[in-house]
Design a binder for this molecule. Sequence first.
Ligand SMILES: [Zn+2]
Length: 161
Amino acid sequence: MMKVLDLHCPQGHVFEGWFASEADFQDQLQRQLVLCPVCGDSGISKRLSAPRLNLGARPPQAAVPATAGEPPVSSPRQPAASPEQLKALQSAWLKWSRQVARSTEDVGERFADEARRMHYGEIDERAIRGQASAEQAMQLLDEGIAVMPLALPEGSKQKLQ
Ligand SMILES: [Zn+2]
């Protein structure tokens, strides 16, 4: 059974993490394996659900007269970013992706196999990346093996060579 958690880093980037269980999340967190996909920060916390964060907001179903200037009850998932912010985010993401690409070994379609052999101590642990089908990723998670979905931007590979 897989658990999808809403996570955020100290910089306020919100992202989704997939884990085999709550305990698996805590374990990966302690080993600093959970990283923000935008800035690479490992100080990750679980995101409280929106209703708990909106302490001052009235429940949407309550029939109360709205006053002018009151913030909307349901806020968007992420605050709207200015074009400058988006640009900064994108370049941070590109930088991080290149770091990942540089510090990991591309094992291609052998990814699931290699990850499993490392997990069971058949080969030494190292950072790898590669392709896994959704089914393979689920199986790895089921076995308690940490995998992280990662989309490297187009072009980051070529610029490395
Ligand atoms: Zn971040």
